[in-house]
Ligand binder design. Structure first.
Ligand code: ISL
Ligand code: CA
Length: 681
């Protein structure tokens, strides 16, 4: 059997490889032409490792691994370069994807693991997104073409060659639909039109066409956990007699309470933008649920008419030519029982998004969406999922069920939040972060994860995880890029990240625009906190850090707009901007360009197995990626002090350097924020 060909056909009671078969329960060794071999069931291999993240489950009961991948749990036997057999008991002890594996093996079939290959899989056209790099455009802050101080679609059209130069494969466009802009477009009042602030449907058609001409795909933001309260559906739903009366989460006041009075909310759920998650509607005499702002009522996905309306709308966009969806807070669409949760101390409410997440019908709803919209269309489907778990993420993205291409999860960006509060942050905990990366790189198994440090909801990474002083700003921006982009998964670049844009020096209430930030401030002040005590935390944690205008050049308004923009331009635009960086081959921009290129060029970057070295080292982030006999080593100093590499790392002094942030004087010492990617074999 040639490498890349289909490996096994497993029937009820036999295991077949190439021409040979082995009956269930039969116990013998066998050798095949391509070097694969079968091993006796249950043969032990002391000290063997967890199942490779480069594994793919073949149904029923077989797993494909990339060549050379490290295999399996204690008690399993690895054969090179071929096949491993496990007894079902062994599978039970597998640390990766135990649910899936246990399910596949419960009928006591032999599990087959082979080392045939990713190359066939890499070529699968429906999984193109495994090789892709995504660039996120936040339209309000990207480029303003008509001079009203707010970015728009024509502004994006004016910068497509910039995206081509960077080399990205996909643009994810944050919402441009008709919206009252309570949450900058994440509150949609018409899913099938464009807000005049941003342009027209003709502009979007042009954007699709011009991106496609450049070989770039377009992913639309899909915000269907909630609509705007100005959506016609909600307006209709306020009438209890209307056919849409059940399209949202309406509930009566808590028993014994006067509707509309404090504490009369149906249950004690807190909203993400604080205060109760229930708003009284006098017209209807009931409360509606809003996990986000009160202008973002949650849709009732339990109602099949709601689902059909959403799926129809998604198909309408696909017919327009978009290539997929980034699904906003999609793991909130299935809700738990509407009942009180444990109070978050001192608040009177239960603030815990994860309690509302991943409800019991998630797989039903996503499965239905897959069948009605996504199936067989070669799309990218990204599930943004606050509060989800690794196990859930693996199940949503399991290629054997195919609900989503990848998750976009939050564990790592919550690591520096004290008590889950984004406005109370610690220094970036590198050791914890590295271990979190390891957990997800390993644990997602056959599923797939997004790789990101920034988006429109996160502060700038250089200020948060790097060092934004003039001395180390550039090096730390590059090295943050290196350590993220050499991981397994689909990397996301948020506009300006490729320039090393930094947080803004926010000082006063009037500097902010973000609803979450302003609501938090007002809420804290109502509870008696002085503004001066809250503002420094807001400055660090606010989403507005990500939303200052894109720094195109060092001129007026950073080249973003002819007019004063809706949110102030960072004063460092004269030092950090696209025009200067494009001219400078050593810039952060060109480093990012090389990172994208490396992913495109190197299969080991796309698909290699991840191994973390020096897990407890606070200064060094070091890992390998391995695919068959190819291996790369990523060395990074994530501190502002020089770091000596300890003995015991793979020998790399004479190896080819694929990418480096600094000239290398001493192979054993990394300058502050220096990183290198070398080819070990
Ligand atoms: O930023 C957050 C609050 O600290 C997150 O919880 C954020 O609300 C969460 O990431 C969900 O984000 C998405 O849905 C929100 C919207 O405000 C965000 O901009 C969007 O990315 C509601 O639609
Ligand atoms: Ca504009």
């Amino acid at each position: 059997m040639a490498p890349g060909e289909s490996t096994s056909a497993l029937e009820e009671s036999t295991l077949a490889v190439g021409e040979s078969t082995l009956a269930l329960g039969e116990s013998r060794d066998a050798e095949f032409d391509d070097g694969t071999a079968l091993l006796r069931r249950g043969t032990a291999l002391p000290g063997a490792q967890v199942l490779s993240s480069a594994a793919e489950l073949l149904s029923p009961g077989a797993v494909l691994l990339s060549p050379g991948a490290v295999l399996l749990s204690p008690g399993a036997q690895v054969l090179s370069p071929g096949v491993v057999l496990l007894s079902p008991g062994v599978v039970e002890t597998c640390t990766k994807r135990p649910e899936t594996l246990r399910a596949r093996c419960r009928d006591e079939r032999i599990l087959l693991v082979t080392s045939i290959v990713q190359s066939a899989r890499d070529a699968r056209p429906d999984e193109w997104w495994r090789s892709a790099v995504v660039y996120q455009v936040y339209p309000r802050s990207f480029a303003d073409a008509n001079g009203d101080g707010i970015g728009d679609i024509k502004g994006i059209l004016g910068h497509l060659d910039y995206l081509s130069m960077l080399g990205v494969d996909v643009v994810w466009l944050s919402p441009v639909y008709t919206s009252p802009q309570d949450d900058n477009g994440y509150d949609i009042s018409d899913y099938q039109d464009i807000d005049p602030l941003f342009g027209t449907l003709d502009d979007i058609d042009k954007l699709i066409e011009e991106l496609h001409d450049r070989g770039i795909k377009l992913v639309m933001d899909l915000v269907v956990n909630h609509t705007s309260d100005e959506h016609a559906w909600f307006e209709e739903s306020r009438d209890p007699e209307s056919p849409k009366s059940d399209w949202y989460w309406w509930r009566p006041a808590r028993e014994g309470h006067e509707p509309g009075t404090p504490g009369a909310e149906p249950v004690n759920w807190g909203s993400a933008f604080p205060g109760p998650a229930w708003q009284y509607d006098a017209a209807r005499g009931e409360y509606f649920l809003h996990i986000f702002s009160r202008k973002q009522p949650d849709l009732n996905w339990e109602n099949p008419e709601v689902r059909t309306a959403i799926f129809d709308m998604m198909n309408w966009w696909l017919e327009r030519g978009v290539d997929g969806f980034r699904m906003d807070v999609i793991n909130l669409i299935s809700k738990p029982e509407v009942e009180d949760g444990p109070e978050t101390p001192g608040t009177g409410l239960c603030y815990d998004l994860s309690r509302l997440a991943d409800g019991p019908r998630m797989h039903d709803f996503l499965g239905e969406m897959y069948e009605s919209v996504l199936k067989g269309k070669n799309l990218i489907a990204v599930g943004e999922m606050p509060g989800t778990t690794l196990e859930k993420a693996a199940s949503y993205t399991d290629p054997t069920t195919g609900e989503l291409s990848m998750v976009f999860q939050f564990e790592h960006v919550d690591l520096d939040h004290r008590a889950g509060n984004r406005f109370d942050v610690t220094d970036w905990p590198w050791v914890e972060y590295k271990k979190n990366v390891l957990r997800w790189q390993d644990g997602i198994g056959m599923g797939w994860n997004s790789l990101y440090l920034e988006n429109h909801d996160q502060p700038r990474s250089v200020s948060r995880m790097g060092d934004d002083s003039p001395q180390f700003r550039q090096a730390s921006a590059k090295t943050l890029g290196t350590v993220l982009h050499m991981l397994r998964g689909t990397p996301y670049i948020y506009q300006g990240e490729e320039l090393g844009m930094t947080n803004y020096p926010f000082e006063a209430e009037g500097d902010f625009r973000d609803i979450e930030t302003l609501n938090y401030l007002h809420h804290a002040m109502q509870l008696g906190a002085p503004a001066e005590a809250v503002l420094p935390g807001l400055a660090k944690g606010t989403r507005d850090n990500a939303r200052t205008p894109m720094q195109w050049d060092g001129g007026v308004n950073a080249g973003f707009s002819e007019t004063g923009p809706w949110l102030a331009v960072n004063p460092n635009a004269s030092e950090i901007n696209a025009v200067d960086q494009i001219k400078d081959p050593e810039s952060v921009f060109h480093h990012y360009r090389r990172l994208v290129q490396l992913r495109h060029d190197e299969e080991v970057v796309r698909l290699g197995e991840f191994a973390l070295l020096l897990p407890d080292d606070e200064q060094l982030f070091v890992y390998t990626r391995t695919l068959g006999d190819e291996q790369i080593l990523v060395l990074a100093n994530v501190s502002s002090r020089p770091a000596r590499l300890p003995l015991g790392l793979p020998d790399h002094g004479a190896c080819e350097v694929l990418l480096a942030t600094h000239e290398i004087d001493d192979v054993d010492v990394l300058a502050p924020w220096e990183s290198r990617v070398v080819r070990l074999s």
